[in-house]
Design a protein around this ligand. Structure first.
Ligand SMILES: [Zn+2]
Length: 299
């Protein structure tokens, strides 16, 4: 799928002239973050000292995002820009060029041991590292270091908020492990729309299967669907899950053809809107885990 619009060439000149970030008048850092899950993590570390603009919002799909002129203006005015990295935001380099932004681009996943997957003979990097809370802690450390470098006077404050938040992530990580402890090994199989849970699976001992690869840009092949249906029947996988930010049609088809039921909606690549069941990074696990556990235990 090609989404390179003429938007960028049209924007290049005016935004280049308008660029040149400065701290907001109130002394707060103006921060642009690529997607909602990372936006929540940055808010938790930055607290009152940062003003966060998130480009791909709740229920949005960052794999197929098309930036607008307003997004380019937000980037142009930023002190710092945060991305997940690992190939997640394929549109960000173009957006930054178009905006004229020349400040730091902070890759939150820096230093995380990345996973690769084989997709039809190609080796692809899996970007969904945040689904392992251990990796989330690395994100927090990278974010705290970047905020401290941009705003050295508040370095110790960022360190303190980062430590407190890391402790909450560590506690959530332990909770996930405790919750899954009673699930027998042979039942630990889950079907989702696309391969968004590889890091979760590796960290917590669950096998995830999906008709679509690590990017929602890919189309499922008929052969791939047929193979997955055969595998589900053979291995007795009876539950499939929607993802909050992808089209439910594929999963409805899969459920019908494999004789499975839909177990609910997992938050994969985006949070829910505020007030919804997964409006923070931590609450995403609170939403997903009981549904996964119930599906695996056949309840
Ligand atoms: Zn994804």
């Amino acid at each position: 799928m090609h989404r390179r619009s003429f938007l960028f060439s049209a924007l290049l000149v005016p935004l280049a002239l308008a660029s040149g970030a400065a701290h907001a008048a109130d002394g707060k850092l103006k921060v642009v973050v690529s997607f909602s899950i990372l936006g929540d993590i940055v808010k938790n570390v930055g607290g009152e000292r940062v003003v966060v603009t998130t480009l791909v919002g709740p229920d949005g799909d960052a794999h197929v995002f098309e930036p607008t002129p307003a997004d380019a203006r937000a980037v142009a005015a930023a002190d710092l820009v945060f991305v997940n990295g690992l190939g997640f935001e394929g549109w960000m380099d173009r957006l930054i060029k178009a905006s004229g932004y020349s400040g730091p681009l902070v890759v939150a996943s820096d230093g995380v041991p990345s996973r690769t997957m084989d997709e039809d003979g190609r080796t692809v990097t899996d970007p969904h590292a945040w689904q392992d809370l251990g990796n989330g802690r690395r994100y927090v450390e990278n974010i705290a270091a970047a905020l401290a470098a941009a705003d050295p006077a508040a370095a110790s404050a960022y360190g303190a908020t980062a430590s407190a938040y890391e402790a909450a992530l560590a506690a959530k990580d332990q909770w996930v492990r405790d919750e899954l402890a009673g699930v027998p090994a042979e039942r630990r199989k889950i079907i989702t729309s696309h391969d968004a849970f590889g890091y979760f699976g590796a960290a917590y001992g669950v096998t995830f299967l999906a008709p679509v690869g690590v990017s929602t840009e890919d189309e499922p092949s008929a052969a791939g669907m047929a193979r997955l249906i055969r595998q589900m029947k053979k291995e007795g996988v009876r539950v499939v899950f929607f993802e909050n930010m992808t089209n439910p049609k594929l999963i409805e088809t899969l459920a019908r053809e494999a004789g499975a039921r839909v177990g609910g909606t997992l938050y994969a690549d985006a949070l829910s809107p505020p007030g919804g069941p997964a409006d923070t990074y931590l609450k995403m696990f609170d939403n997903n885990l009981p549904q996964l556990k119930a599906a695996m235990l056949g309840m």
